[in-house]
Ligand binder design. Sequence first.
Ligand code: 13P
Ligand code: SF4
Length: 338
Amino acid sequence: MNSLAIAEKNLLKNGYLDIDLDPELDLVAEINRLKKEKNAIILAHYYQESEIQDIADFIGDSLGLSQKASTTKADIIVFAGVHFMAETAKMLSPEKKVLLPDLKAGCSLADSCPPHIFRKFKEKYPEHVVVSYINCTAELKTLTDICCTSTNAVQVINSIPKDKEIIFAPDRNLGAYLQKKTGRKMIIWNGTCMVHEIFSHEKIVKLQNRHPEAKFIAHPECEPHLLEVADYIGSTSGLLKYTKENPAEEFIVATEVGIIHQMQKASPHKTFIPAPPNNTCACNECPHMKRNTMEKLYLCMQYEQPEIHLEDWIIEKGVESINRMLAISENAGLKLAD
Ligand code: 13P
Ligand code: SF4
């Protein structure tokens, strides 16, 4: 068996094509060549490695990436992000080939809400509207009335008539933030993001003492006690915009560290300090997002594997909840950033 045949055989076990590459290969040139040859677009989330962000055609947050996936003219979407994001792209563009460099790039929030358990839970509240954070599996989206991202979650909740009760899944921190922000009482699923729940309040306070002028900015997936002391709360694109527009020179950033690459590029003279986790590991890096590498990106474009496949019923039912979200975003003027 040649190395491709062996890699294909092991694809599901490994999550990616494990083929040794010539160390001299110019990956940037090769990936750019494959983009042109195959009419492929690389969509990258802000939490990807800097070199992947730099070669991407579009970098964005979860909303921007799904908006782009729904409108691209490319034949192949290469998703430099995690599994639920690539699934969302496939649901929005089912006729296109959607590739994910590593199928094991998952998400602790998506894992926290298995559809078969959620289905039973939802049966107890037949009249409730189900709002799910986009960080959930494609199958969970089939059990959802409206999806949301951290950029449009407030608008999505506000679009629901006041006399309707709401189930919010799967992020309990975003859910608590939305309850506070919209005044709507919701039944909230008990999931968390393994990156955003790890920040240490104590270490952040120490940092603030050393940098008294720094703004403390946080993603709404962070725990409520941190959000209470934040100068600004927003999605990854919201945080990036805030650092561009705010005159402060220093920012303590409570989200995955990958976003700092774009913050630093946009404001080279400013200082960005990653909020520290409550232990000594690099836990403010998402281990799922960081499974993607330039080598895996090249291999998946070269061999057009691993590919995202979804059953037709999942695409047809699940996309309804995403389309409702996109319509609410458009009405609210939440357009795709350049
Ligand atoms: P946004 O991209 O919507 O800010 O979400 C952050 C995140 O954790 C994505 O997995
Ligand atoms: Fe999921 Fe958190 Fe990683 Fe985003 S950062 S993909 S929410 S585990």
